[in-house]
Ligand binder design. Structure first.
Ligand SMILES: [Zn+2]
Length: 102
């Protein structure tokens, strides 16, 4: 559905296909009842980026990684937690401090 820019639109599954003797299955939906996908607004995109930034940013070194870091268990990135060096290609540099004088 998503690949052809459609969404389910609240419809119930029309059929179920199975493989591996019924161990794996997938629900099938009717295309004629599907609705066009809702485009993401700029505000939605900004909110999603803020949520991901919270999961990917280290509070200690302020780096933003390209993957989620174990904040709930370690509270920081691995480099800040135990000194294990992080691959420089796995994060973006922390934002530079403002250097403007009043
Ligand atoms: Zn860190």
């Amino acid at each position: 559905m998503r690949e052809i820019s459609l969404r389910l639109g609240g419809q119930a599954p029309a059929a179920r296909t199975e493989c591996r003797g019924g161990k794996r299955f997938a629900w099938l939906y009717r295309i004629d009842l599907a609705k066009p996908k809702v485009a993401m607004t700029l505000a939605k995109e900004a909110a999603l980026d803020a949520a991901m930034a919270a999961r990917q940013s280290c509070c200690t070194c302020r780096r933003r990684y390209f993957h989620c870091i174990p904040l709930q268990t370690l509270g920081a990135c691995l480099e800040c937690y135990d000194g294990r060096p992080a691959d420089p290609a796995s994060y973006t540099a922390p934002p530079a401090p403002h250097l403007l004088a009043a």
